[in-house]
Design a protein around this ligand. Structure first.
Ligand code: ASP
Length: 345
């Protein structure tokens, strides 16, 4: 690697590269080269930019495990030749992909920044240019010959976030993402303000990148609501081959104390299902046992999701199942922060 950073741009699709189909009036993906031609400013950046693109760019609503693996392998294959990676991705499922990649890329020591936009790059009022240009600038930041960012991040509307802490909060505003339980890592104003104390550093120095491509999708998600029936709960819990259920509970991890409810969960856990308690609140943490209404969940061995997002909980569950973590260890490992995705204790 020379002194000018090499950045690999990976185009997966999303609004950023879409145009309007005038027959149907719907937005559809278009050519990546045209997208690049719309940003002559890229030539002014002090880094070398190369690009790879998905064969068929997708709307991120079509995101799936195969595409996650494709992204992870692209990074693996190009890891030694590049100093940083910027992934252009639709905003709808960007937080899920950022969380998944954070687990799939173990011992990452270079930046992987996902970004996109609310308006296509060709639109007069587009947010795409700032998002893309600043993402590349941040990916190219070096200090004493090493990348400043060494984790999977998401950049949107003047803020760089830890990817597995984010969630999409708005389909209209340019500020489409939030990281309710972890502060931004970089804020872009007149200068780039880097929050060094918040940056993730691998605890095991010198380890080389290990890419995990086994993600097990036998996971489920259920959000509690007043009036939830036993039928619905049982139907979800007895889904064939279900191994992990992420349960979105109320407030600080609270749920009904009705006997039928607790017993149904307890039976499923006895049969080997792992149930993770995450809050359906936008921010804050599960505190098991804080209220009477979460004490019973703790007693029947629900897994404490602490302040993890639903997106990261699903990705972490898929990753741990794929890694073959034993049933006996699953709870302990899930409750341990692996990539800065949850509070330490
Ligand atoms: N539907 C688009 C996508 O996620 C929205 C966007 O890119 O912002 O691909």
């Amino acid at each position: 690697m020379g002194s000018t950073p090499n950045i690999l741009l990976i185009y997966t699709g999303g609004t950023i590269g879409m145009v309007k189909d005038y027959e149907s009036n719907a937005l559809k993906a278009y050519d990546f080269q045209e997208l690049l031609d719309n940003i002559p400013e890229l030539g002014q950046l002090s880094c070398n930019i190369s690009s790879r693109t998905f064969k068929t760019p997708i709307d991120s609503s079509n995101m799936n495990i195969e595409y996650w693996v494709e992204m992870a392998l692209l990074i693996k294959e190009n890891y030694s030749s590049f100093d940083g990676f910027v992934i252009l991705h639709g905003s709808d499922t960007m937080s899920y992909s950022a969380a998944a990649l954070s687990f799939m890329l173990e011992h990452l020591s270079k930046p992987v920044i996902l970004t996109g936009s609310q308006l296509p790059i060709g639109d007069l009022r587009t947010d795409a240019k700032e998002n893309l240009i600043t993402s590349i600038q941040i990916a190219a930041l070096q200090k004493m010959g090493k990348p400043v960012i060494q984790e999977v991040c998401l950049y949107f509307e003047y803020k760089l976030y830890r990817g597995n802490r984010t969630t999409k909060i708005n389909a209209e505003h340019f500020e489409a993402f939030s990281s309710p339980n972890y502060p931004p890592l970089v804020e872009s104003g007149v200068n780039l303000k880097i929050q060094y104390p918040y940056l993730l550093r691998s605890k095991k120095n010198g380890k080389i990148l290990t890419v995990h491509t086994q993600m097990d999708t036998h996971v489920g998600l259920l959000k509690l609501f007043p009036g939830i029936t036993k039928n619905l709960l049982e139907a979800v819990l007895t889904t064939p081959n279900l191994k992990v259920l992420v349960l979105e509970t109320y407030g600080a991890g609270n749920a009904p104390t009705d006997d039928w409810f607790i017993l149904t969960l307890k039976n499923a856990i006895k049969k080997g299902l792992h149930i993770i308690n995450v809050t359906q609140c936008a921010g804050g943490s599960v505190i098991m046992g804080h209220y009477e209404t979460s004490k019973k969940l703790s007693q029947i061995q629900l897994i404490d999701g602490k302040d993890i997002t639903t997106e990261a909980a699903l990705a972490k569950a898929m990753y741990l199942l794929g890694a073959g973590i034993t049933d006996a260890l699953f709870k302990t490992v899930f409750e341990t922060a692996l990539r800065g995705e949850m509070q330490e204790n």
